[in-house]
Design a binder for this molecule. Sequence first.
Ligand code: NI
Length: 144
Amino acid sequence: MAKGNANRLVRFSVSIPQELAEAFDGRLEEAGYPNRSEAVRDMMRDYLIANASTDDDAPMMGTVTIVYDHHRADLSKRLTEVQHSCGEAIVCTTHVHLDMHNCLEVIIVRGSSKQVRHIADQLISTKGVTHGRLVCTVAEPHHH
Ligand code: NI
């Protein structure tokens, strides 16, 4: 057992409907989780990362995934311009040609929480982007 409060394990019990528990256990098995504890730990960390950073200045890594039709006039050009205007905040971009029309781009962004969200908003809201999603993560464990 690790010393210090930060790594000490705590146990808690939760009451949930049987149907929910069965559906959860079934999905965990598919996903390869060894037990409920590991799955719940992952979910709690994910929840904290997704919901904690109302602090605009907190350092953040973001992955922006967008899908768009490159035949739409000037769309590729506009998306590239947005990325150039963000300077060093854009870490890298991966482009996949999905089919004759659609492109998938994954853009990794590093900056303050506010900056990452702003860049993602600009990319995702560009006219012609059919689907977009920002996933945020942090390099260090969340501190309270
Ligand atoms: Ni393409």
